[in-house]
Ligand binder design. Structure first.
Ligand code: ATP
Length: 255
Protein backbone atom coordinates (compact mmCIF):
# COMPACT_ATOMS: atom_id res chain seq x y z
CA UNK A 1 0.00 0.00 0.00
CA UNK A 2 1.03 3.65 -0.27
CA UNK A 3 0.38 4.38 3.40
CA UNK A 4 3.36 6.06 5.06
CA UNK A 5 5.10 4.03 7.76
CA UNK A 6 4.41 5.08 11.35
CA UNK A 7 8.16 5.14 11.97
CA UNK A 8 10.90 5.48 9.38
CA UNK A 9 14.59 5.93 10.14
CA UNK A 10 17.16 6.39 7.42
CA UNK A 11 20.93 6.47 7.38
CA UNK A 12 21.38 6.25 11.15
CA UNK A 13 24.98 6.22 12.34
CA UNK A 14 26.40 6.03 15.86
CA UNK A 15 29.95 5.49 17.04
CA UNK A 16 31.27 5.01 20.55
CA UNK A 17 34.92 5.96 20.49
CA UNK A 18 36.36 3.76 17.76
CA UNK A 19 33.40 1.40 17.60
CA UNK A 20 30.78 1.98 14.90
CA UNK A 21 27.79 0.45 16.66
CA UNK A 22 25.26 1.49 13.96
CA UNK A 23 26.26 2.17 10.34
CA UNK A 24 23.83 3.72 7.88
CA UNK A 25 20.97 1.68 9.32
CA UNK A 26 17.40 2.00 8.07
CA UNK A 27 14.21 0.72 9.61
CA UNK A 28 10.50 1.11 8.92
CA UNK A 29 7.57 0.18 11.10
CA UNK A 30 4.18 0.03 9.38
CA UNK A 31 1.15 1.47 11.16
CA UNK A 32 -0.66 -1.34 12.98
CA UNK A 33 2.15 -3.87 12.57
CA UNK A 34 4.12 -6.02 14.96
CA UNK A 35 7.62 -5.61 13.58
CA UNK A 36 10.70 -7.55 14.75
CA UNK A 37 14.31 -6.44 15.09
CA UNK A 38 16.81 -9.29 15.38
CA UNK A 39 20.52 -9.86 15.00
CA UNK A 40 23.48 -11.54 16.70
CA UNK A 41 24.90 -10.22 19.98
CA UNK A 42 26.46 -6.80 19.52
CA UNK A 43 24.62 -6.20 16.21
CA UNK A 44 23.50 -2.75 17.37
CA UNK A 45 19.85 -3.46 18.20
CA UNK A 46 19.80 -1.75 21.58
CA UNK A 47 21.79 1.16 20.19
CA UNK A 48 19.18 1.50 17.42
CA UNK A 49 16.40 1.54 20.06
CA UNK A 50 18.31 4.20 21.99
CA UNK A 51 18.57 6.25 18.81
CA UNK A 52 14.89 5.84 17.89
CA UNK A 53 13.80 7.04 21.33
CA UNK A 54 16.57 9.67 21.39
CA UNK A 55 18.19 8.40 24.56
CA UNK A 56 21.32 8.87 22.52
CA UNK A 57 21.80 11.25 19.60
CA UNK A 58 22.66 9.89 16.15
CA UNK A 59 25.90 11.08 14.55
CA UNK A 60 23.91 11.12 11.34
CA UNK A 61 20.47 10.18 10.04
CA UNK A 62 16.79 11.03 10.10
CA UNK A 63 13.90 9.67 12.11
CA UNK A 64 10.31 10.37 11.08
CA UNK A 65 7.55 9.36 13.46
CA UNK A 66 3.88 9.83 12.57
CA UNK A 67 4.86 12.21 9.77
CA UNK A 68 7.13 14.44 11.89
CA UNK A 69 10.92 14.51 12.28
CA UNK A 70 11.75 13.57 15.88
CA UNK A 71 15.55 13.32 15.89
CA UNK A 72 15.81 16.80 17.47
CA UNK A 73 13.39 16.10 20.31
CA UNK A 74 13.98 15.04 23.91
CA UNK A 75 12.87 11.56 25.02
CA UNK A 76 9.91 12.96 27.01
CA UNK A 77 8.74 14.95 23.96
CA UNK A 78 8.96 11.82 21.84
CA UNK A 79 6.92 9.94 24.42
CA UNK A 80 4.33 12.73 24.37
CA UNK A 81 4.01 12.21 20.63
CA UNK A 82 3.25 8.54 21.25
CA UNK A 83 6.54 6.66 20.96
CA UNK A 84 7.57 4.86 24.15
CA UNK A 85 10.00 2.11 24.97
CA UNK A 86 10.69 -0.53 27.55
CA UNK A 87 14.12 -1.63 28.72
CA UNK A 88 15.94 -4.94 28.60
CA UNK A 89 16.20 -4.71 32.36
CA UNK A 90 12.79 -3.63 33.61
CA UNK A 91 12.93 -0.33 35.44
CA UNK A 92 10.07 -0.70 37.90
CA UNK A 93 10.76 0.92 41.23
CA UNK A 94 10.87 -1.95 43.68
CA UNK A 95 9.95 0.05 46.80
CA UNK A 96 6.78 1.44 45.27
CA UNK A 97 3.63 -0.59 44.84
CA UNK A 98 2.67 -1.98 41.45
CA UNK A 99 -0.14 0.60 41.22
CA UNK A 100 2.18 3.48 42.19
CA UNK A 101 4.57 2.38 39.44
CA UNK A 102 1.70 2.62 36.95
CA UNK A 103 0.65 6.07 38.18
CA UNK A 104 4.24 7.27 38.06
CA UNK A 105 4.46 6.28 34.40
CA UNK A 106 1.47 8.51 33.60
CA UNK A 107 2.85 11.36 35.67
CA UNK A 108 6.17 11.20 33.85
CA UNK A 109 4.41 11.80 30.57
CA UNK A 110 3.46 15.31 31.55
CA UNK A 111 6.67 17.09 32.34
CA UNK A 112 10.26 17.99 32.55
CA UNK A 113 10.82 15.36 35.19
CA UNK A 114 10.00 12.63 32.68
CA UNK A 115 12.91 10.33 33.50
CA UNK A 116 13.37 11.27 37.13
CA UNK A 117 12.42 8.70 39.65
CA UNK A 118 10.77 10.61 42.48
CA UNK A 119 7.17 9.79 43.07
CA UNK A 120 5.17 12.99 43.58
CA UNK A 121 1.84 12.07 45.11
CA UNK A 122 0.48 15.65 44.86
CA UNK A 123 0.72 15.53 41.06
CA UNK A 124 -0.97 12.17 40.87
CA UNK A 125 -3.71 13.40 43.22
CA UNK A 126 -4.95 15.90 40.62
CA UNK A 127 -6.16 13.30 38.17
CA UNK A 128 -6.17 10.52 40.66
CA UNK A 129 -9.50 8.88 40.01
CA UNK A 130 -9.23 8.69 36.23
CA UNK A 131 -5.61 7.58 36.30
CA UNK A 132 -6.29 4.93 38.90
CA UNK A 133 -9.14 3.54 36.85
CA UNK A 134 -6.97 3.36 33.75
CA UNK A 135 -4.13 1.81 35.78
CA UNK A 136 -6.40 -0.85 37.29
CA UNK A 137 -7.91 -1.63 33.88
CA UNK A 138 -4.43 -2.16 32.44
CA UNK A 139 -3.22 -4.16 35.46
CA UNK A 140 -6.26 -6.38 35.00
CA UNK A 141 -5.32 -6.90 31.37
CA UNK A 142 -1.74 -7.89 32.25
CA UNK A 143 -2.94 -10.19 35.05
CA UNK A 144 -1.45 -8.07 37.84
CA UNK A 145 -4.59 -6.54 39.36
CA UNK A 146 -4.34 -8.74 42.46
CA UNK A 147 -0.80 -7.47 43.00
CA UNK A 148 -1.72 -3.77 42.69
CA UNK A 149 -0.86 -2.99 46.31
CA UNK A 150 2.21 -5.23 46.60
CA UNK A 151 5.71 -3.87 46.25
CA UNK A 152 6.96 -4.12 42.67
CA UNK A 153 10.17 -5.55 44.14
CA UNK A 154 8.33 -8.78 44.94
CA UNK A 155 7.34 -9.49 41.33
CA UNK A 156 8.93 -12.27 39.28
CA UNK A 157 10.96 -11.44 36.16
CA UNK A 158 7.99 -12.15 33.92
CA UNK A 159 5.61 -10.10 36.04
CA UNK A 160 8.07 -7.19 35.89
CA UNK A 161 8.00 -7.37 32.09
CA UNK A 162 4.21 -7.27 32.18
CA UNK A 163 4.31 -4.29 34.56
CA UNK A 164 6.79 -2.61 32.21
CA UNK A 165 4.29 -3.02 29.37
CA UNK A 166 1.49 -1.73 31.57
CA UNK A 167 3.59 1.32 32.40
CA UNK A 168 4.24 1.96 28.72
CA UNK A 169 0.50 1.72 28.03
CA UNK A 170 -0.24 4.32 30.74
CA UNK A 171 1.22 6.92 28.38
CA UNK A 172 -1.36 6.12 25.64
CA UNK A 173 1.27 5.40 23.00
CA UNK A 174 0.94 4.74 19.27
CA UNK A 175 4.16 2.76 19.06
CA UNK A 176 5.87 0.73 21.77
CA UNK A 177 9.48 -0.37 21.42
CA UNK A 178 9.89 -3.58 23.42
CA UNK A 179 13.44 -4.56 24.35
CA UNK A 180 13.53 -8.34 24.84
CA UNK A 181 10.09 -8.89 26.39
CA UNK A 182 10.73 -12.64 26.78
CA UNK A 183 14.27 -12.50 28.21
CA UNK A 184 14.53 -13.95 31.70
CA UNK A 185 10.84 -14.81 31.72
CA UNK A 186 9.39 -18.13 32.88
CA UNK A 187 8.38 -20.02 29.69
CA UNK A 188 4.82 -20.30 30.96
CA UNK A 189 4.54 -16.49 31.16
CA UNK A 190 6.08 -15.96 27.70
CA UNK A 191 2.85 -17.15 26.04
CA UNK A 192 0.92 -14.72 28.24
CA UNK A 193 3.14 -11.83 27.20
CA UNK A 194 2.73 -12.75 23.53
CA UNK A 195 -1.05 -12.95 23.94
CA UNK A 196 -1.13 -9.43 25.46
CA UNK A 197 0.91 -8.03 22.60
CA UNK A 198 -1.41 -9.61 20.02
CA UNK A 199 -4.51 -8.38 21.88
CA UNK A 200 -3.29 -4.78 22.23
CA UNK A 201 -2.25 -4.78 18.60
CA UNK A 202 -5.62 -6.09 17.43
CA UNK A 203 -8.00 -4.36 19.86
CA UNK A 204 -6.24 -1.06 20.59
CA UNK A 205 -4.47 -0.61 17.25
CA UNK A 206 -1.10 -0.41 18.99
CA UNK A 207 2.00 -0.81 16.84
CA UNK A 208 5.03 -2.71 18.18
CA UNK A 209 8.72 -2.91 17.37
CA UNK A 210 10.27 -5.81 19.24
CA UNK A 211 13.88 -6.83 19.90
CA UNK A 212 13.95 -10.48 20.88
CA UNK A 213 16.47 -13.34 20.84
CA UNK A 214 13.70 -15.94 21.29
CA UNK A 215 12.99 -16.85 17.65
CA UNK A 216 9.72 -18.64 18.46
CA UNK A 217 8.41 -15.34 19.83
CA UNK A 218 9.59 -13.39 16.79
CA UNK A 219 8.23 -15.94 14.33
CA UNK A 220 4.83 -16.20 15.98
CA UNK A 221 4.27 -12.47 16.55
CA UNK A 222 5.84 -10.51 13.74
CA UNK A 223 4.45 -9.41 10.37
CA UNK A 224 7.88 -8.30 9.25
CA UNK A 225 11.40 -8.74 10.60
CA UNK A 226 14.47 -6.51 10.20
CA UNK A 227 17.87 -8.11 10.65
CA UNK A 228 20.92 -6.17 11.80
CA UNK A 229 24.46 -7.50 11.81
CA UNK A 230 27.54 -5.53 12.77
CA UNK A 231 25.48 -2.35 12.86
CA UNK A 232 24.18 -2.69 9.31
CA UNK A 233 20.97 -3.85 7.66
CA UNK A 234 21.37 -7.46 6.62
CA UNK A 235 17.84 -8.42 5.58
CA UNK A 236 14.17 -7.58 5.92
CA UNK A 237 11.14 -9.70 5.17
CA UNK A 238 8.39 -11.93 6.43
CA UNK A 239 9.43 -14.25 9.30
CA UNK A 240 9.38 -17.34 7.07
CA UNK A 241 11.68 -15.66 4.53
CA UNK A 242 14.07 -14.47 7.23
CA UNK A 243 14.23 -17.88 8.87
CA UNK A 244 15.58 -19.47 5.68
CA UNK A 245 17.70 -16.54 4.43
CA UNK A 246 21.26 -17.92 3.97
CA UNK A 247 22.92 -14.60 4.93
CA UNK A 248 20.93 -14.44 8.13
CA UNK A 249 21.78 -18.04 9.02
CA UNK A 250 25.43 -17.35 8.34
CA UNK A 251 25.47 -14.22 10.53
CA UNK A 252 24.09 -16.23 13.45
CA UNK A 253 26.40 -19.20 12.91
CA UNK A 254 29.41 -16.92 12.60
CA UNK A 255 28.93 -15.65 16.16
P1 ATP B 1 22.71 -7.73 22.41
O1 ATP B 1 21.86 -8.60 21.56
O2 ATP B 1 23.90 -8.47 22.96
O3 ATP B 1 21.95 -6.94 23.43
P2 ATP B 1 22.80 -5.48 20.55
O4 ATP B 1 22.48 -5.94 19.18
O5 ATP B 1 21.72 -4.83 21.32
O6 ATP B 1 23.43 -6.67 21.39
P3 ATP B 1 24.34 -3.12 21.13
O7 ATP B 1 24.16 -3.28 22.60
O8 ATP B 1 23.58 -2.05 20.47
O9 ATP B 1 24.04 -4.50 20.40
O10 ATP B 1 25.90 -2.93 20.87
C1 ATP B 1 26.45 -2.69 19.57
C2 ATP B 1 27.95 -2.41 19.70
O11 ATP B 1 28.14 -1.12 20.28
C3 ATP B 1 28.69 -3.39 20.59
O12 ATP B 1 29.98 -3.58 20.03
C4 ATP B 1 28.77 -2.66 21.89
O13 ATP B 1 29.89 -3.09 22.64
C5 ATP B 1 28.90 -1.21 21.47
N1 ATP B 1 28.33 -0.25 22.44
C6 ATP B 1 27.02 -0.10 22.74
N2 ATP B 1 26.83 0.88 23.64
C7 ATP B 1 28.07 1.38 23.91
C8 ATP B 1 28.57 2.43 24.76
N3 ATP B 1 27.74 3.17 25.50
N4 ATP B 1 29.89 2.64 24.79
C9 ATP B 1 30.74 1.90 24.04
N5 ATP B 1 30.34 0.91 23.21
C10 ATP B 1 29.03 0.64 23.15
Amino acid sequence: STQLPLLAATGLCKSFGGIQAVKEANIEVAQGSITGLIGPNGAGKTTLFNLLSNFIRPDKGRIIFDGEPIHQLQPHQIAQQGLVRTFQVARALSRLSVLENMLLAAQKQTGENFWQVQFQPHIVAKEEKQLKERAMFLLESVGLAKKAHDYAGGLSGGQRKLLEMGRALMTNPKLILLDEPAAGVNPRLIDDICDRIVTWNRDEGLTFLIIEHNMDVIMSLCDRVWVLAEGQNLAVGRPAEIQTNPQVLEAYLGQ
